[in-house]
Unconditional design. Structure first.
Length: 133
């Protein structure tokens, strides 16, 4: 006999696979993420969740009047889209001049592991497993 909770969870998992959940967030809305105080970095992301996989794409911009380097962009607020605790991703984004920029993501933060000139933007796109642990 399968309990009602297991049955509901199984049905929800099937629905998530067929109809992925898509959300947007930014340093303004702060629904799923939160900007790091005092960094003066604006960002916008889109997250598409399907089962326990999350596709995250977006961009961030250095709004400072000086070059920045090795800065956290945002922290995760929502466990629904947080990468799982085993996640430690190093990947590349591309700035608006076409230069690759090193980025880092784990279950608490997205960080720039490189330098970024004033008013330059970095675009990124990656897929990861989300919290299931």
């Amino acid at each position: 006999v399968v309990g009602i909770t297991k049955h509901r969870n199984a049905n929800n998992a099937i629905v998530d696979e067929i109809y992925p959940n898509s959300v947007s967030d930014s340093n303004i809305t702060k629904t799923y993420t939160e900007a790091i105080g005092g960094n003066n970095i604006s960002y916008s992301i889109t997250i598409v969740k399907s089962g326990n996989i999350s596709h995250i794409s977006g961009s961030f911009r250095n709004d400072n009047t000086f070059m920045i380097s090795n800065r956290a962009v945002f922290t995760w607020l929502s466990n629904e889209f947080t990468p799982n605790s085993d996640t430690s991703l190093n990947f590349s984004g591309i700035d608006n001049l076409g230069n690759p920029k090193k980025l880092f993501m784990n279950n608490s933060v997205l960080s720039l592991e490189d330098s970024l000139d004033t008013l330059k933007t970095v675009c990124f796109d990656f897929t990861t497993y989300i919290t299931q642990d």
